[in-house]
Write a protein that binds this ligand. Sequence first.
Ligand code: ZN
Length: 104
Amino acid sequence: MRSHSLLRLALLLVLVALIAPTLKVASDAKVQEWAQWLLRGAGAVAALAVVAWLLEKIGVRVAGARCADCRRRVPYGHAYCYDHLRDRTHAAREKLHGERGSGI
Ligand SMILES: [Zn+2]
């Protein structure tokens, strides 16, 4: 499961746990207890989501940088291979030049 869906599930559980005791039906102690457990579950899921999110972050780093255009391996910290980096730089420079109309 992706970290985002886990986080959404945690938020949903918190929401239910917060709303349930305020409902008229949920006035007895049993439901209050149930809401407590739900909150605890939500906390656990939220913690899981954070861990999953961290793993995803690290996973992206560990998997090694790859060019966003051609998926070729690139040096650590680079977004594009040298060819595509040059292409992007040229394109950006031309765009800037066209917009400004200056010599830059
Ligand atoms: Zn490339």
